[in-house]
Write a protein that binds this ligand. Sequence first.
Ligand code: SF4
Length: 160
Amino acid sequence: MSKRPDEDTAPADYTDWCLSVNEPWVLKAGEMLREEILRRGYKTAKIRPMPCQVEFNDSYVVNYDGGIYKCPALVGRKGFEIGNLRDGVNDRRDAYRVGLWKNDECLDCAYLPLCFGGCRYMAFVRDGRVDKADCKRPHFDATLETFIRQDIKYRKTEAR
Ligand code: SF4
């Protein structure tokens, strides 16, 4: 059940069943679609470290009104503007919980380089807050081996 604030709107109408990459049908669909994409010779994202944009010091999004944000999906949302073009950028760490992956569970997790605490937007849509990790462990447990096998099978000649 989504706990997104009532006044918030999202581009997609997320409901109870599409709030996480850990959903069983999303796991199966992801594996199947990736297999078909690679089998037909198209390119798709490689498995690589993917820290969230909020973790980078030099990455920002500017809204139409000059407001500055850290995440394209959270542009225009109350509490996530961290400055504007006229006055500059304020401290962004609190609004986006930068570094929330620096906890014992994440630091001990083999998936940390692929996850870094997950997606703030998904956490916000699902929980109405971004101060808890959007943990992807079930997703990686279920799919990572398959994804690696797909890359070995279909990307033999492609520069890695
Ligand atoms: S998978 Fe979960 S425990 Fe592992 S780094 Fe991501 S949020 Fe932390």
